[in-house]
Design a protein around this ligand. Structure first.
Ligand SMILES: C[S@@+](CC[C@H](N)C(=O)[O-])C[C@H]1O[C@@H](n2cnc3c(N)ncnc32)[C@H](O)[C@@H]1O
Length: 204
């Protein structure tokens, strides 16, 4: 339909829509997490939004991903705003300073494998993705936002996307607003975006 995927309108490209949503919430000077650093596109985006007074913590299990992200951040002279951990994202609560807990404006997950990476078998898996999502919610401030882009197209991806969907359905509507963006008429498995917004009155 489009020769170049970047020609697609932002509201049909979940990673771009996730950026728009995060940009509406995350404020300069705040702290954010990129839970799946990969090539560092989301990390860079978050670092731009938090500004010189803010900070971004990034997680990825692959050294290759972190090196690529580090280069991207250095090229933009934003590497000092970011701390990268070669750790699984389910360890995020222990890894970031306790003073940040309950104060994060945004946490982004982009599931699956490292695009262009050498090891396609290194994918996010529900066993760690779901504990990471559970760990993420208490870290958000009231009116903070969490985004998850899931890809059902690769082996294991469908089960993970379904697990994320089910996880979001269990969230108490008194505490969180959970929204899912999904295509209705695609013939092949298509990515989905889950957005969780912490209600402004919720304190923990
Ligand atoms: C789709 S990529 C992320 C793309 C990235 N957001 C970007 O902007 O380029 C998914 C990443 O998740 C990482 N990953 C896999 N399991 C993980 C885990 N348990 N914790 C953190 N990252 C993980 C992979 O190594 C891969 O780099």
């Amino acid at each position: 339909m489009w020769d170049n995927p970047t020609d697609r309108p932002f509201f049909l490209e979940w990673t771009t829509l996730a950026h728009q949503i995060v940009a509406a919430v995350l404020q300069p000077g705040e702290v954010a997490i990129d839970a799946t650093v990969g090539n560092g596109h989301d990390t860079l985006f978050l670092a731009q939004l938090v500004g010189a007074e803010g900070h971004v913590y990034g997680f990825d299990v692959q050294k290759e991903a972190l090196e690529r992200a580090r280069q991207r951040l250095k090229a933009a002279a934003l590497d000092r705003r970011v701390t990268l951990f070669q750790k699984s994202h389910d360890q995020m609560a222990e890894a970031i300073p306790p003073t940040c807990h309950g104060r994060l404006g945004a946490i982004m997950f982009n599931l699956g494998y490292l695009p262009g990476g050498t090891d396609r078998s290194c994918i996010t898996r529900p066993e760690t993705t779901l504990p990471a999502l559970d760990a993420a919610l208490p870290l958000l401030r009231p009116a903070g936002v969490l985004t998850v882009v899931a890809y059902p197209g690769h082996p294991g991806g469908n089960e993970e996307a379904e697990a994320v969907r089910k996880w979001a359905e269990t969230l108490d509507p008194e505490d969180f607003v959970a929204v899912r963006y999904a295509f209705c008429n695609r013939r092949r498995p298509a990515p989905e975006l889950v957005v969780v917004y912490k209600c402004p009155s919720r304190s923990a």
